[in-house]
Design a protein around this ligand. Structure first.
Ligand code: NAP
Length: 275
């Protein structure tokens, strides 16, 4: 399942909507990115997101904070962006660092600007199937499955990982599509036998090549959300592709879809705020 083509098409739609909004209101959608510290992967992710914004005619404003920032200062900075009418969407790059209360920083994002879908408000809306901004990576995964015509109803979906930004919301969105969802995590007993039962397998575990081809049920649909230097994913692509009916590559699968959903949700946020 190639993510680059669908991501390009979705971004094209977002760019057209951004241009139309600018023509109508004189204002371009604006995404604020908040980066704490200089973790190379996070720096790269934020740079990629801002470059994608620029290509789609979305303005971006960058707030770089030192790794030594306190939770109160971080919450203040995010709160300032929430109150700023010139900013329509806010992205706080995860992870912010172990000494900081990341949840507090996320909750300082105004719900109408939560284009990365990280607040309790967005999470609850996702859980209840109500309108709102979804977590970008899970939202991208479901869009990609739709692009490839994967019918989720009645399928056994196994999500390996339960992080707040990825595994947990991915399971909620799959449940919302009538899949029967099993979550696996570090305390799961006999994880491999659960994984082998998956009709749809989402790997969001953060360990390179954690899922081997032998763990994939023949004919399964495999979504690899992992990303590690190489680059490689959480699935051993070369062996898993021999058993899967559909599988995402790394790179070029879930990653581009994540950014495309972020841009789409930023434009939607600006449309709602600008009227
Ligand atoms: P995370 O916060 O570290 O969460 C990892 C999850 O995997 C946790 O729920 C953890 O279980 C579980 N886990 C870890 N080791 C395990 C093991 N040995 N057996 C079973 N479960 C295990 O990671 P994340 O932020 O969700 O990211 C996961 C991966 O996705 C990473 O490779 C990351 O780079 C990638 N990612 C990609 C995108 C994208 O746009 N493509 C976006 C975000 C993240 P516990 O909860 O029990 O600790």
């Amino acid at each position: 399942m190639d993510g680059t083509g669908p991501a390009r098409r979705l971004t094209g739609t977002s760019a057209a909507a951004a241009a139309e909004l600018r023509r109508r209101t004189g204002t371009a959608p604006c995404l604020a990115t908040v980066l704490v510290g200089e973790d190379p992967a996070s720096v790269t992710y934020v740079r990629m997101k801002r470059a994608a914004c620029a290509r789609a005619g979305i303005a971006s404003r960058h707030v770089a904070l030192p790794a030594s920032v306190s939770t109160a200062e971080l919450v203040d900075a995010v709160g300032g962006l929430s109150a700023d009418p010139g900013v329509h969407g806010i992205l706080v790059q995860h992870p912010v660092g172990p000494h900081l209360d990341e949840r507090a920083a996320f909750e300082a994002i105004a719900p109408e600007k939560d284009v990365d879908g990280v607040t309790t408000h967005s999470f609850a809306a996702m859980g209840f199937g109500l309108p709102g901004f979804v977590s970008c990576t899970p939202g991208g995964i479901v869009r990609l499955l739709d692009e490839y015509g994967v019918d989720l109803a009645g399928k056994h979906a196994v999500v390996v990982g339960r992080s707040a930004i990825l595994g947990r919301p991915a399971g909620l969105l799959l449940l919302g599509r009538d899949a029967t969802v099993t979550y696996c995590h570090s305390r799961t007993a006999d994880l491999r036998s659960l994984v082998r039962e998956a009709d749809v397998l989402v790997a969001a575990v953060g360990r390179p090549r954690f899922i081997a081809g032998a763990d994939v049920k023949p004919g399964a649909v495999v979504v690899d959300a992992g990303y590690h230097p190489g680059p490689v994913g959480d699935v051993d692509f070369e062996t898993a592709r021999l058993r899967a009916s559909l599988i995402t590559p790394v790179p070029g699968g879930v990653g581009p879809m994540t950014i495309a959903v972020l841009l789409a949700q930023t434009v939607q946020a600006a449309e709602r705020q600008l009227g």
